[in-house]
Design a protein around this ligand. Structure first.
Ligand code: TRP
Ligand code: ZN
Length: 873
């Protein structure tokens, strides 16, 4: 079979649906190999036309079709292909009934109805509902759902769907049934069903207006004790949304189900959220502080979708960022309010720069609201999610918290119950505030990371500071640039722009509204040379370029009142040194001295224990990927070598202080997953990583001691991660010990795969290859695939990018194999081969070779085809 290139779908081709579905009654006769699904659709023609009704359907065996109770004749009244069911001449209003058979056990794509851990569950976003029944599977069809499930009572005691349970009872032959009804009309992608044998953990939440909501988390038997953190996070999220957005929950129950096999993090199905168990289960022994924080963020994210996504949904999938960008921004702020704001913000920006910036400068770049796609599954990207969140954040920065809230109030009130667009959100922001967001549309329709150049001029005589901001490229965007000026004493100046009255707005951070390609802002009463602090809080998702001396950077790392910029100053200092050393290495010389950086890091260590989470971030050098991003083309192995050499130099020079900090960060209190304790552990682990980098014998013993003696996974795993870089037999023994201990826990085994995949050992590829045959590895389980194969491809630039291309070949082979089971996972893995233009020519051509091989392979999915072909372009 040759590949007929799959055709793209264009945003501009949107048309209102020909037929609307008001109600859908579903009956499931659940069986692992042959589930019967009967659907009864109440349909109304939309407008005046005589077009057929086209329903999506994939991997369905059609058993019967009826219109208003009358069986239809194939070819004459209806036709069916492997993708569509077409009803030839339906009346203006009618009831359409279909009966189909599906095979949940054979479903390895994990879309539609499938079996995980012996339980039935569903994943319908974006286009999985069509694998359950024939339907007009697009988000602007909002119907009310009644769902009846029938199953064997002993093996499948639990029957859940969206909304409220309105009936249940016994059937013959040991079977039983339940009927659920969702009072809120919803798009098909929010449908969910869970059926099986699960343990429930129960609690409740009472809303501001007094509605008592029953909360349940459903997990595999034996995992009940690992749900407390998720439950508490859910309650906090419900409260936060009332306080910050004035949004209350709207039903009497809310269910979360954890499953081991899941393509993403979690899914916001109405009142029945389904989660990857990785983002539910946690205890001291098995989860890291990062896991705890991810769980809180994702539980909140899915809960927040109840309004931003479910009550107000997307008209079409091009508008995906309408719900995802907004909801990520909401979960980021939830986390900032429950943790350390600056630390959370640094985390957001690190993720954006690690994933979104490279995406935005490579062949897979697309706007926040894309113009076309081949496979919508490929557009659940960091651009749509994380850059989308930055775009929403900019509204708030431009409008202020109160103006932003006026905007969201209007948005939810205007569009409740509707499927809308990104333009509708923008209009609500504008209308509620009498603001002009015309130019702001560029953030939605233009790909690429803007570059902003800044130049400052202090005029001692006039006492002014003139700041000129220039946007590169041909599109000028509307963006907030938050600015502070720091005086010689390290304190912020009170800022006033020319023309402002004395009692006008003066504060220490001013949000400048940049709209032109070039604008100059003049601050008055600046009587000493200020050190500018620009783009505070990372107020716009841009690359800021400004000349700044090492001394000013070190000064800001010590004094900037903006936590994000304080960190940023240190990163800039380190990046500059690393880039200079790389250049020197090419010329065979040593490069500049590390003294200014080491002095600055030494000062960070001095005050580290007082703000440990921040110190841990400030001590950590920019990642290898971020360094590569600063270069037109690079050699990842060289970057790794130069960065490691610098880490060793820092560790050698600061050895005594590192030891002192390590001792001072020893935990004494009983474990709690609090931000304070997590911060202390983060600093301890950052310091341990330096100690390991020094490569002394005593370091190995410290790693082994921390591995053995810790009472929590955060410290244990950090030590084991460092041990995994070593070839000493004791290090191997520790890995073996960990395996023996946690063999039966799939989430912990995921960590075990991931740290070996990210190891800097020379023989990592061979070890990864061997691990693909390990009994705990399972190519059908996305968590394991992302841990081992994804870990190698995305978290190990030095070994993945080996000059002989062996890493690329391995990855292409794995992506092709996974594609046969799960196209969405295979395609995500293949994205690791998309950035060949940024590699030196030898590696670039080896990478392209693998992409060409993938494109030429017969029978690949449209998911994989889209990534491979676009990556080559
Ligand atoms: N909407 C989900 C979220 O909260 C994302 C998601 C879950 C998803 N499962 C998926 C996207 C499967 C695509 C395919 O962000
Ligand atoms: Zn989401």
């Amino acid at each position: 079979m040759t590949h007929a290139a799959p055709q793209p779908i264009f945003r501009h081709d949107y048309k209102a649906p020909d037929y609307l579905v008001e109600h859908i009654g579903l009956v499931f006769r659940l069986d692992a190999e042959a589930t019967r699904v009967t659907a009864r659709l109440t349909v109304r023609r939309n407008g005046t036309h005589d077009r057929p009704m086209l329903l999506n359907g994939e991997k369905l065996v059609l058993d019967a079709v009826r219109v208003d109770g009358e069986a239809l004749a194939e070819d004459q009244d209806y036709s069916v292909t492997d993708r569509f069911l077409s009803i030839a001449r339906p009346p203006a209003a009618f009831v359409l009934e279909t009966e189909v058979t599906i095979n949940p056990s054979a479903n390895t794509e994990l879309e539609g109805l499938y079996v995980s851990g012996g339980n039935f569950c569903t994943q319908c976003e974006p286009e999985g509902f069509r694998k359950i029944t024939y339907f007009v599977d697009r988000p602007d069809i909002m119907a009310r759902y009644t769902v009846r499930m029938e199953a064997d009572k002993a093996r499948v005691p639990l029957l859940l769907s969206n909304g409220n349970r309105i009936d249940q009872g016994e059937l013959a032959d040991g079977r039983h049934f339940a009927v659920w009804e969702d009072p809120f009309p919803k798009p098909s992608y929010l449908f969910a069903l869970v059926a099986g044998d699960l343990a429930g953990v129960h609690d409740s939440y009472t809303t501001g207006s007094g509605r008592k909501v029953d909360l349940s988390i459903w997990v595999q038997h034996g995992n009940e004790s690992k749900c407390a953190h998720a439950m508490k996070s859910l309650q906090q999220a419900m409260k936060w949304d009332e306080e910050v957005y004035g949004l209350e929950y709207d039903l009497d129950l809310f269910n979360i189900v954890a499953v081991d096999d899941f393509n993403f993090g979690a899914m916001e199905n109405k009142s029945l959220n389904i989660f990857n168990s990785k983002y539910v289960l946690a205890d001291q022994q098995t989860a890291t502080d990062t896991d705890y924080s991810n769980i809180a963020g994702i539980v909140a994210h899915e809960y927040f979708h109840n309004w931003s996504g479910n009550r107000v949904t997307c008209r079409d999938w091009f508008q995906l960022s309408l719900k995802e960008g907004l909801t990520v921004f909401r979960d980021q702020e939830f986390s900032a309010d429950h943790g350390e704001r600056a630390v959370e913000r640094i985390g957001d920006v690190r993720r954006l720069r690690a994933a979104q910036f490279p995406e935005d400068s490579g062949p897979l770049a697309h706007p926040v609201r894309p113009d076309s796609y081949i496979e919508i599954n490929n557009f659940y990207t960091s651009t749509v999610y994380e850059k989308g969140a930055e775009v929403v954040r900019m509204y708030r920065t431009l409008l202020g918290a109160r103006g932003y809230r006026k905007g969201t109030d209007l948005y939810f009130q205007r569009h409740d119950g509707n499927a809308v667009t990104c333009d509708d959100f923008r209009a609500a922001m504008a209308d509620a505030n009498g603001a002009d967001f015309g130019q702001f549309e560029r953030w939605y329709d233009t790909a690429g990371t803007p570059v902003v150049k800044a130049q400052g001029q202090w005029d001692a005589e006039a006492g002014t500071y003139a700041l000129t901001l220039t946007q590169e490229g041909d599109v000028a965007r509307h963006m907030p640039v938050a600015v502070g000026l720091i005086g010689a004493d390290g304190r912020d100046l009170r800022l006033r722009l020319t023309g402002e009255s004395i009692d006008g707005a003066d504060s220490t951070t001013r949000v400048l509204e940049l709209k032109q390609k070039e604008e100059t802002f003049i601050f008055t009463s600046v009587n000493t040379r200020p050190v500018p602090s620009l783009l505070r809080g990372f107020s716009a998702p841009v690359k800021l370029e400004m000349e700044e001396s090492d001394a000013d950077l070190a000064f800001r790392l010590a004094h900037d009142s903006d936590g994000f910029n304080r960190w940023e100053a240190g990163q800039k200092l380190a990046t500059r040194l690393l880039l200079a050393r790389l250049k020197a290495a090419e010329a065979g010389s040593n490069g500049p001295s590390a003294e200014p950086l080491i002095d600055a890091l030494s000062a960070v260590l001095d005050s580290g224990i007082r703000e440990p989470a921040f110190a841990a971030l400030a001590l950590t050098l920019p990642g290898e990927g971020y360094i590569a991003e600063q270069l037109a083309t690079s050699d990842p192995e060289q970057i790794h070598a130069v960065r490691e050499a610098l880490r060793r130099e820092i560790a050698d020079t600061l050895w005594d202080k590192l030891q002192a900090t390590y001792a001072a960060t020893q935990g004494h209190e009983p474990f709690a997953a609090t931000p304070a304790q997590a911060g202390r552990r983060a600093l301890r682990n950052a310091v341990l990583a330096y100690i390991a980098a020094a490569g002394r014998r005593e370091a190995l013993n410290m790693l082994l001691a921390q591995y053995q003696d810790s009472d929590n996974m955060t410290e244990r795993l950090a030590a084991l991660t460092l041990l995994a870089d070593e070839t000493a037999p004791e290090a191997e023994a520790a890995l073996e010990d960990f395996h023996t201990r946690w063999r039966m826990n799939p989430l912990v085994m995921g960590k075990w795969f991931a740290i070996q995949a990210a190891s800097s050992r020379e023989d990592t590829l061979a070890r990864v290859l061997k691990l693909t045959q390990h009994p705990a590895f399972d190519a059908r389980n996305p968590n394991k695939v992302y841990a081992l194969i994804g870990g190698f491809a995305f978290s190990n630039p030095a070994r993945f990018n080996k000059a002989d291309g062996s890493g690329y070949r391995f990855l292409a082979e794995q992506a092709l194999a996974i594609d046969k089971l799960n196209p969405s996972v295979g395609a995500h893995l293949l994205e690791s081969l998309s950035r060949w233009r940024r590699l030196e020519p030898g590696r670039a051509s080896l990478m392209q070779e693998e992409l060409r091989r993938v494109v030429a392979t017969a029978g690949i999915s449209s998911d994989l085809y889209e990534i491979a072909s676009k990556s080559l372009a």
